[in-house]
Design a binder for this molecule. Structure first.
Ligand SMILES: Cc1cc2nc3c(=O)[nH]c(=O)nc-3n(C[C@H](O)[C@H](O)[C@H](O)COP(=O)(O)O)c2cc1C
Length: 151
């Protein structure tokens, strides 16, 4: 199964988590594709059969700059081929931001909802105020994702 991983990151943590997710998915036998500067055309050319978004939150609950263009292009075009695909989101944030905690991840969840992506696992929220090892913290969730995508 071909899994496209979209990542949004300001300081690199979410990008590291996305890279780690790609390597775990590859080890599990999936074809994982991750390009932190992906355009919609690149992603469509890959022909995803599942979608994973990994994004931090910046500003007041906003998406990092490197994910914005892809986010708006997906929202404008809502590729029909992606409707019904399995998908999931990892949100990175900091709970001390209160209401906007993991707002970037929430935006990707809403987008996946508009796309008709089937959320196979509840969003993982990684809290930078609690832990400085987001890649390792994501491992149990990623193991569940592997199982959910195999079903
Ligand atoms: C300027 C700035 C604004 C932020 N705004 C939010 C926010 O609104 N909500 C949130 O949950 N985290 C917020 N964060 C925390 C980051 O999302 C968190 O530290 C994350 O782990 C950074 O990941 P990155 O290295 O991939 O950018 C903010 C951090 C900075 C520096």
């Amino acid at each position: 199964m071909k899994v496209a991983i979209f990542s949004g990151s300001v300081y690199g943590s979410a990008e590291e988590v996305a890279r780690h997710a790609a390597s775990i998915l590859k080890d599990a036998g999936f074809e994982a594709w991750h390009n932190p500067r992906a355009t919609l055309a690149d992603a469509q050319a890959f022909g995803p059969e599942a979608l994973l978004a990994v994004t931090s939150t910046t500003g007041m609950g906003e998406l990092p700059d490197n994910l914005q263009a892809l986010y708006f292009d997906i929202r404008d075009q809502l590729p029909a081929a992606w409707r019904g695909l399995p998908g999931a989101v990892i949100g990175l944030g900091d709970a001390s931001y209160g209401d906007t905690f993991c707002g970037g991840g929430e935006l990707m969840r809403e987008l996946f909802g508009e796309l008709g992506v089937r959320e196979v696992l509840p969003m993982l929220r990684l809290d930078a105020s609690e832990s400085v090892t987001p890649e390792t913290d994501a491992e149990p969730w990623l193991a569940q994702l592997v199982k959910a995508l195999r079903n």
